[in-house]
Design a protein around this ligand. Structure first.
Ligand code: NDP
Length: 415
């Protein structure tokens, strides 16, 4: 129990002990009951301004008003993170499943209250056209399948939230943005970290100039992968190894943290000889990006080392560390800087929020309000162009110059 709870609890217990039951209770104050304003329940802050605000009650939309999603591909990310996150979403709900495994789909449908009539095979995706409750699809298939399913969903007028990496080639990424544009549907790439509160706070700190100018970014996203066969070890299915799967988080973070586009890239790749898993795709990659302001980002990604998903930013007058930056949960935000005559380390306590739910709700709000998503297709196109440049650099053994994207790659900031 927090210290500040004690007086209030004491008061309530005291009132009960006095026998002030039923009609005998004193009438509640508006601070206790709150009020309804614009269809939302609001409570005045019961704490003094010295404390951080409590945040208020979530305001979920009634289920019938939420954006209905069809989940395409019932693999790990769909079942372990995304479907559970819908329970925390306030503007979206899962209403249909598309899967190649009917038995699995029936189990999942029952778990999430989705009728069996809303389960479809991949060949029957177009039947979603007859289901008005499905306004959007969430594509959680192997990377090589993202283009086909984006184009097919767009062709039946459904908005698309597509997992990262967007696709396996620049041509595929551009075909996806083109298809969605022509069909008049929204396309968003599922860059969950851009909706994660610690990353949003870090972006705000960089922009504020509080710690002076940013000089270096160090980002690592590594893990120890298991045996094959699995689609991640197939170039045709995955497009590459550690880079498009997890190194992409470092690349994308360097871009959204600086708010700039890199002008030069240099990459080195390593795969252990004789390991069949890495016959087609890289095990490890280290790369450096140079930004117009002079910021240098140093990034590491591997399928062959112990899990490390860390981020560190070095400024003129301090540094920021985000442990577990690219993990599903467990982020922290620690600042180091001078405090008088000593060096200080301070942690910003930020209320954790489910980044998948934040991402899904952002897309649902964009659909409902006709807005451009914060991470539209253009964001994925630019990352694909940069990943292709990184592979080129590794192959040539030297730095490569980079062209800026043709226009802004991000929509307005998420709420
Ligand atoms: P999984 O291998 O766990 O699942 C993929 C699912 O796709 C399968 O279970 C299957 O579902 C379906 N599928 C259809 N055809 C094939 C095929 N030929 N080979 C393999 N699977 C097939 O993958 P993940 O869930 O880990 O990854 C899916 C996507 O999500 C990828 O693009 C990945 O990069 C991305 N991802 C994103 C993460 C994030 O944090 N945002 C984290 C992990 C992955 P079914 O049986 O229903 O047909």
């Amino acid at each position: 129990m927090a210290d500040h709870d004690l007086p209030r609890r004491g008061f309530v217990l005291g009132a009960a002990a006095l026998g002030a039951g039923g009609a005998g209770y004193p009438p509640p104050s508006p601070i206790d009951t709150g009020r309804v304003e614009g269809g939302r329940v609001q409570f005045p802050d019961w704490r003094a301004p010295a404390d951080p605000p409590a945040g208020g009650a979530p305001q979920p939309l009634p289920p019938g008003e939420r954006v209905g999603f069809a989940i395409i591909g019932l693999g790990r990310i769909a079942l372990e993170e995304v479907l559970p996150a819908f329970a925390e979403a306030k503007e979206a709900r899962p209403v249909a499943l598309v899967s190649g495994s009917p038995e699995k789909a029936r189990v999942v449908a029952a778990q999430y209250g989705i009728p069996e009539s809303a389960i479809h095979g991949y060949g029957a995706l177009e039947r979603l056209r007859e289901t008005p409750a499905v306004q959007a699809v969430y594509i959680a298939l192997p990377n090589a399948m993202h283009r086909e399913f984006t184009e097919r969903a767009a062709a039946i007028g459904r908005h698309v939230l597509c997992e990262k990496p967007m696709a396996n080639s620049l041509a595929d990424c551009q075909a996806m943005t083109g298809a969605c544009e022509r069909a008049g549907v929204r396309l968003m790439i599922a860059y969950r970290a851009q909706y994660q509160p610690h990353h949003r706070a870090t972006i705000a700190l960089v922009r504020s100039g509080e710690l002076g100018r940013l000089r270096f970014i160090e980002a690592a996203n590594t893990q120890a992968n298991g045996p094959g066969p699995q689609w991640r070890y197939s170039r045709e299915m995955a497009g590459g190894g550690a880079l498009p799967d997890i190194g992409l988080y470092c690349l994308n973070a360097a871009r959204y943290l600086t708010g700039e586009e890199p002008v030069q890239a240099f990459a080195s790749i390593f795969s252990p000889a004789g390991d069949a898993r890495f016959a087609e795709v890289e095990e490890s990659i280290a790369f450096q990006l140079r930004f117009p302001s002079g910021v240098i980002a140093q990034c590491l990604s591997s399928y062959g080392t112990y899990e490390n998903r860390s981020l560190r930013l070095h400024f003129e007058r301090g540094s920021i560390e985000v442990p577990h930056a690219f993990a599903y949960r467990g982020q922290r935000l620690v600042l180091q800087r001078r405090a008088g005559e000593v060096g200080a380390e301070e942690e910003r306590i930020i209320r954790p929020k489910n980044q998948f739910a934040q991402e899904i709700d952002h897309f649902a709000a964009c659909i409902r309000e006709g807005r451009r998503p914060h991470t539209p297709g253009e964001e994925g196109v630019q990352d694909q162009a940069l990943m292709e440049a990184l592979y080129r650099s590794a192959q040539e053994g030297g730095p490569v110059r980079l062209e800026p994207p043709p226009g802004p790659t991000r929509g307005p900031d998420p709420a």
